[in-house]
Structure formats: structure tokens, C-alpha cells
Design a protein around this ligand. Sequence first.
Ligand SMILES: [Zn+2]
Length: 217
Amino acid sequence: MRRFRWSLREQRLREALVEIGARLYARGLVSANDGNLSIRLDADRILITPRGKNKGRLRPEDMVVLDMAGHVLQFGSGRAEPSSEWPMHIEAYRQRSDIEAVLHAHPPFTVALTVAGVPFPSEVLPEVVMTVGKVPTARLALPSSEDDALAIRDWIRDHQAVLLPHHGVVTVGQTLEEAWVILERIEYTAKVYLLSRMLGEARPLPPEFLAALSTTG
Ligand SMILES: [Zn+2]
């Protein structure tokens, strides 16, 4: 039987990162070595994906353990460094004691919205109104920098997702699965929105319908 250096719980969290990473890559929500995922290990530590590795081929032992100041407590397999986007992940956990997971991806339809300067259409699909809500766009910031972390600070406090212009999206959740669902919904919405604009007008839901949704949600 294979023995691990970590607990059963930690093993499950590492496997969850592997699984969601594989989904991100298989669904085309990241390309090349892009994107990064993290999950809270306990009050003082997170597990984060390693720098420069394809998300479709991660292994549980590749994950890096960080403290909440971003110091490496344990490197990934082969002394793998943490994702260069670690400041953004730490920032999200600092701002949100209620979240357990952070996802960052480069979904093409969503990124296209930001390149075109189009705000996220949060009022065109009922499921988005009910489960995701408004998705703000942060200011332009250098990827993989402290500035990226600062750019999301004010937004991530009150939202489940923030768009990073010309770059990607960050989503948070009480589980990795929840952060994944939000990411997938955002990309699906951006795709439907683009297709509707190609066909004609992209119409928001009527105000009375939105009001009814807010009472059922
Ligand atoms: Zn990125």
C-alpha cells in the first residue's frame, strides 16, 4: 500500500486540485501552463498548484504548501515552486474568511469580453442572476504580481468572481467544486452573450423577471 506524508484529508484535497485542474484543461478554460488553483488546508496554510505545470497533468505530490504570508512550507515534487499568482490567492483568503478555495483561469470567451471592454452580462441568464450575481472587472494589473492581488482586493470581498482585464478570471467558493461551477457558468454566459450579439441584440432579462428571481433565489 502506498503511504503518504500527509493526512487522509490532505490527500483528498490534493486529489481535488488534480481533478479540477484536469477539468480546466480538458474544457479549454486554460491553455499551455496557464491557470492556478488553491484550497485551504487549515487556518494557517493553503495548498496551491505548482508554477509552470500543465493543469491537465498534475499529480497530488506536485502541490505546494504555503502559509498565509505566502512563505513556502513545503515545495511540490522536484522542489516545485508555487504558482506565480500566489499573491492573488492569499489576498482572496485574507479578504474572505468564509471561502475554502480559489480558482484562476483564462477562459477564452470571458477574456474576450474584457479585451473588447465589455462588462460581464450578469442579467441575461436566470441561473447567473440566482447563483453568481454581479461579476466586476478589476483594473488592469501586471499578472503574477502584488499589483494583481491589490487589484482584486476591494472586489473579492463582496463578489464570488472578478474579471481580470486582458487576462482571465478569479473565482472563489466554500468548496473547490463551487468555485469551479461559478467559473464554468461565467464562461458559458460569456459564450451565449457573444453568440446572441452575433445573431442580433443581446437582451437582458426584463426587470419584473429579475425582481421575481431575486425573491425565489
Ligand atoms: Zn493568469
